[in-house]
Design a protein around this ligand. Structure first.
Ligand code: ASP
Length: 300
């Protein structure tokens, strides 16, 4: 049994953006990433290949808050975070606060596979990307007119204050390949109007991203500060591993713990048997799931 689930962020489309045409674009963006990751599994590829392929597609899609189209800092720049974890041996690679790496998830993977480190940030991470021959782009490449307008609306008081520091459109994927290996990947621009240097949960192993073979693989989206405080992705896996909870139950319990602190968001996970769970406490979560038993689901 092979299976993959993806998310394109917890939250909701701002009211002015809600239209059938717009929803169709999100639907198609998710379908494209889901099928791309699934194809990798179908061809016998491993779970790390599948999650990085799916996340890479969403990074390139300007509708989502990762790489191109990422949320802006309060100075109007883009700073990107990403992580990948291989459940086989629990190797992990992560990157935070990079401004020029075209595909942060690809860099996270190189860090996992080619460096002796788990997390590289800022200039050092970009130096490593350069050495690895990864594509570097000007920061303006990531900035879309919609994101600029969003920041401007906040600064001029035209946008609802709740938008500030709110999560939106982070992307992630979890997969189980035919050999039973689990992997998770997450990529984000963080929260809108964040301070320069702010790092969220996505690149923090155990908070926004986690995978352990035989247990589960998890990717989170939502208020990163809260996910970090409860070490959410690891908390979910620990519920399955040590308390014997079913995946869905462990996910509910993790989200409830988050709510107790005042945080909201969503989680996707796949367990050792290829069962998928996707749940959220926000109004919605862009998400999709597909498996070799015939499931194919996309929902906003
Ligand atoms: N969790 C991400 C962060 O806090 C934001 C999001 O999920 O949209 O950086």
């Amino acid at each position: 049994m092979h299976a993959i689930a993806i998310h394109g962020g917890a939250g909701d489309l701002p009211r002015q953006m809600r239209s059938r045409a717009r929803e169709a674009l999100y639907h198609d963006g998710l379908a494209c990433a889901l099928d791309c990751g699934y194809e990798v599994l179908e061809r016998g590829g491993n779970s790390v290949d599948a999650v990085t392929a799916a996340v890479g597609v969403l990074e390139d899609n300007p509708l989502f808050n990762a790489a191109r189209g990422a949320a802006l800092t309060r100075e109007g720049a883009v700073e990107l975070d990403a992580a990948v974890m291989d459940g086989r041996d629990q190797r992990a690679g992560a990157v935070a606060a990079v401004r020029h790496v075209k595909s942060p998830i690809e860099l996270a993977r190189r860090i996992m596979e080619k460096s002796h480190h788990v997390l590289l940030v800022g200039a050092g991470a970009e130096e490593f990307a350069l050495e690895e021959g990864l594509a570097l782009v000007p920061n303006t490449y990531f900035r879309t007119p919609e994101r600029w307008e969003e920041l401007d609306a906040l600064h001029s008081g035209r946008a609802a204050p709740e938008l500030e520091h709110s999560p939106q459109g982070t992307v992630g994927a979890v997969a189980r390949d035919a050999a039973g290996n689990l992997a998770a990947a997450t990529s984000t621009g963080g929260v809108v109007n964040k301070r320069t240097g702010r790092v969220g949960d996505s690149p923090i192993i155990g908070a926004g991203t986690y995978a352990r073979n035989g247990v589960c693989a998890v990717s989170a989206t939502g208020h990163g500060e809260y996910f970090m405080r409860i070490v959410a992705a690891h908390h979910l896996c620990a519920g399955v591993e040590y308390r014997g909870l079913a995946l869905q139950e462990a996910m509910r319990e993790t989200l409830a713990r988050l709510s107790e602190l005042g945080g909201r968001g969503g989680l996707i996970a796949v367990d050792g048997a290829g069962r998928i769970a996707m749940d959220f406490t926000t109004r919605g979560m862009f998400r999709g799931a597909r498996d070799s038993a015939g499931l194919r689901q996309i929902a906003l």
